[in-house]
Write a protein that binds this ligand. Structure first.
Ligand code: LRH
Ligand code: MN
Ligand code: MN
Length: 431
């Protein structure tokens, strides 16, 4: 396996932090033992939890106003994969990459070969019928007025064919799921028939489901608004659940944390989808106002913890669902590699904290109606500094105790900045 991080960087970095880290891990282990928890078992669980990196997150995302690319931006999918390998080498939380087609279109054999060489694999594929693709001979028609729900059957056919093509690429590179997010909707009352648009979406999705290979799943990703501002065809988890139920056993719902109104109780949505056996996966990110695509856990880590609290609470019911964990962020003011390393750790942090909750005690307090202590016990898990557990999981897997510092010490960004000429700084950003 080739690693873009020079051998020895991680070793030297870990050696410099080892003594402090061991003391911190030991002290946390003692405190956890008093609560009946085994630190080593927790490290194992945390190490098994992984989250896929979005290929599109390795470049500076930009907004619709501007994009401010940083040095050494990846110029295509193969350089994006190199950056993903750096994220994995240091953080050890992200062995898989989620691709977006056609942004990442390339010869599948080459994609597979490169990923294998870097020790990476591919998680869910993402199709893209929310933009026009002028250079793509397979997609000459415009998605201005929708894709899978478009009133014109020719546009719907094109959008279905694009999804099938995305599945075929995914098949060739070892993916086993397709995430469908459509921007379809309307900007004016009266512009679109709300019921007929949804009927057309379901009809198109049925054709996509038929094209799924054995063992594959399709995730429908809901989003309240944007780009359509009056109505969106797959606007909420209720719509997404209706679709998944109608589409059958291969169809599931994907929860992108940023796709809800501020203050929405997302953890309750997660609990409901688990109960309906339709939770397919996540796009993790954080937000304050809308689909901000900020770094996971950067604004409201408590909400992220509460989502994980539901996942851990579901136990075996969740294991059967095997939800796909993916990050979906847009980085505008940070080095995307640093953001993605840190987000992987934040997501694991929420998971580790949720593992600390004494479930039997909590249930007892809930049943007794002890609101204060129930909340306090849950908060006690959230308040625990689990950083030594996360660092130990990384270290045991060959990663860095402090991955951001190790990344900066590696000089990777300066090196690729010299190899990858700067890209233009203006023009519309992408999602
Ligand atoms: C839509 C979305 C969806 C896209 C990604 C780029 O807002 O969350 O997942 O594929 O952004
Ligand atoms: Mn998303
Ligand atoms: Mn989004």
């Amino acid at each position: 396996m080739t690693s873009p991080i020079e051998a020895g960087v991680i070793e030297r970095h870990n050696a410099s932090l080892r003594a402090d880290h061991e003391a911190d891990f030991h002290s946390l282990g003692e405190r956890l033992a008093r609560r009946g928890l085994d630190a080593d078992a927790l490290v194992d669980k945390v190490a098994r939890f992984t989250v896929a990196v979005p290929s599109w997150g390795t470049g500076t995302g930009g907004t619709r106003f501007a994009r401010f690319p940083g040095p050494g931006e990846p110029r295509g999918i193969f350089e994006k994969l190199d950056d993903c390998a750096v994220i994995q080498a240091l953080g050890r939380a992200s062995p898989a990459v989620s691709l977006h087609i056609p942004w990442d279109k390339a010869d599948p054999a080459e994609l597979k070969e490169r990923a294998d060489a870097l020790g990476l694999r591919f998680d869910a594929m993402n199709s893209n019928t929310f933009q026009d693709h002028p250079g793509d001979p397979n997609q000459p028609l415009s998605y201005k007025f929708g894709s899978l729900s478009h009133a014109d059957p020719a546009v719907r056919d094109q959008a279905v064919r694009h999804n099938v093509e995305t599945i075929r690429i995914g098949e060739a590179i070892g993916s086993r799921a397709l995430t469908v997010w459509i921007g379809d909707g309307s900007n004016f009352a009266g512009q679109s028939d709300l019921s007929r648009a949804f009927d057309r979406y379901i009809e198109s999705m049925k054709r996509i489901v038929e094209a799924l290979p054995e063992g594959w799943r399709v995730f429908s990703e809901h989003k309240m608004y944007e780009p359509a501002f009056y109505s969106t065809v797959v606007s909420d988890w209720g719509t997404s659940l209706m679709a998944a139920q109608e589409l059958g056993t291969k169809a599931f719902c994907l929860v992108d944390l940023g796709h809800h109104a501020p203050n929405t109780n997302i953890e309750q949505i997660v609990a409901r989808l688990i109960r309906a056996e339709k939770l397919g996966g996540f796009h993790f990110n954080d937000s304050r106002y809308g689909d901000d695509d900020l770094d996971a856990g950067s604004i409201d880590p408590f909400r992220l913890f509460l989502v994980f609290n539901e996942l851990v609470e579901a136990g075996e019911r969740l294991d059967r669902l095997e939800p796909a964990h993916m990050i979906d962020q847009s980085h505008n003011v940070t080095d995307p590699i640093e953001s993605l390393i840190r987000s992987g750790a934040e997501i694991r942090r929420a998971y580790a904290q949720a593992l600390l909750v004494d479930r039997a005690e909590l249930r007892g307090l809930q049943d007794e109606g002890d609101a204060l202590l129930a909340s306090d016990r849950l908060k006690a898990a959230f308040r625990t500094d689990v950083e030594p557990l996360l660092a130990e999981a990384r270290r045991r897997a060959g990663g860095a105790i402090d991955p951001i510092r190790a990344y900066r010490a590696s000089g990777y960004r300066a090196r690729v900045a010299a190899e990858r000429p700067a890209v233009a700084g203006s023009g519309g950003g992408i999602v």
